[in-house]
Design a protein around this ligand. Structure first.
Ligand code: NAD
Length: 338
């Protein structure tokens, strides 16, 4: 691969892990981010744990055609992660979500077509909606249930159309529930693993929306970004779509039990608070489980960390951040949010 890799949304949770991975391999990286949900601190050497001399940061929106055109100068590979990634936020502010996710994706693909760049687009399992099958595979008919799901799926449709019309190479990677260090833990839109870690560390009762029997395919962030890189570097034509997930179903109640056990062990406690239950959230999918066979067959997707180890690493990261924040010596940024 020649030239810098453009990572939109690189200051976010998943983006910052991808940036760290690429920089760690000696690749030049350019980030385009408007810092709406991402953090500048996520792009520092202290947080990334790698040398950032090869990192260039452009502040701007993916929906701004001029900013996107500037970001694509000299770029032949792009991973498009920028989005407002929350079902709940999209129910409150559907037009903001549409602007960032749908308009933003069309704008990025337009820039990629002009630069003749290969694109990996972060799609979402939310495209599937509720389906009468156990495992969601890529040939199912999409059925978005929320404005977020619709906007992310609109991005996928643009990927297919731009690949056809302008001949660019695109891979749509559908993420399921990604978790790991640096996921925001203190916002109403937080991922459930981050929110549970935060509550358990503070001695509070984690909140479960609904009865907790809803299930997710939780996938550790480092395994996801390794899969994204495989898709970026593979030689494929047109537009391909693959699930990037473990293909393992865990209910939210089981997730609570596992994290509670880790918290008891790591914190040396006899007991932790039981969960408290809240009404189910509108637009939420009941069960989400991936068939990941296509990503394995087409791109050699081979998760190295896995669910159990990923949960331990994630809890330990929030634990360290929590200790630092209570001692008042933590680095700036998200680590204080645990
Ligand atoms: N986290 C998950 O479980 C999950 C699941 C499915 C899909 N995804 C997708 O993965 C991608 C990354 O998600 P994440 O969890 O890292 O979220 P995140 O909020 O941490 O990262 C998104 C990044 O995009 C930036 N951004 C938002 N709007 C922008 C705009 N208009 N212009 C430029 N930058 C903008 C934000 O500042 C942030 O840095 C998103 O596309 C999301 O839809 C995530």
């Amino acid at each position: 691969m020649s030239g810098p890799v453009l990572v939109t949304g690189g200051a976010g949770f998943i983006g910052s892990h991808l940036v760290a991975r690429l920089l760690g391999q000696g690749r030049a990286v350019r980030v385009l981010d408007d810092f709406s949900t991402g953090q500048r601190a996520n792009l520092t050497a202290a947080v990334l744990g790698v040398d950032t001399a090869q990192l260039e940061v452009h502040e701007g929106s993916v929906a701004d055609a001029a900013a996107v055109q500037r970001a694509f100068v000299g770029v032949r590979h792009c991973v498009h992660l920028a989005a407002l990634p929350s079902v709940a936020r999209s129910v409150e502010k559907p037009l903001d979500t549409h602007h960032a996710c749908a308009t933003g994706t069309a704008t990025v693909l337009h820039g990629a077509a002009q630069a003749k760049a290969r694109v990996v687009y972060a799609g979402s399992s939310s495209a599937y909606g509720n389906q009468p099958v156990e495992q969601k595979h890529e040939d199912l008919r999409e059925d978005p249930l929320s404005p977020y799901a619709a906007a992310k799926f609109a991005g996928e449709l643009y990927c297919r159309a731009f690949a056809r019309v302008y001949g660019i190479q695109v891979v749509v990677t559908r993420f399921f529930n990604v978790f790991g260090p640096r996921q925001p833990a203190d916002s109403p839109y937080s991922g459930v693993v981050a929110a549970f870690c935060r509550a358990l560390l503070r001695g509070e009762a984690p909140r479960i929306d609904g009865d907790g029997t809803q299930a997710r395919d939780f996938t550790y962030v480092e395994d996801v970004v390794a899969g994204v890189q495989r898709c970026l570097e593979a030689g494929t034509a047109n537009c391909e779509t693959v699930n990037l997930a473990y293909g393992r179903s865990t209910s939210v109640l089981e997730l609570y039990e596992r994290l509670a056990a880790i918290a008891r062990e790591r914190l040396g406690l006899a007991a932790v608070p039981p969960p408290r239950f809240a009404p189910p959230r509108p637009g939420d999918v009941r069960h989400s489980l991936a068939d990941s066979s296509r990503a394995k067959a087409r791109f050699g997707f081979a998760p190295q960390v896995g669910f159990a180890d990923g949960l331990l690493r994630t809890f330990d990261w929030y634990h360290r951040a929590f200790v630092r924040s209570t001692e008042g010596s933590g680095p700036e940024g998200r680590s204080k949010q645990a």
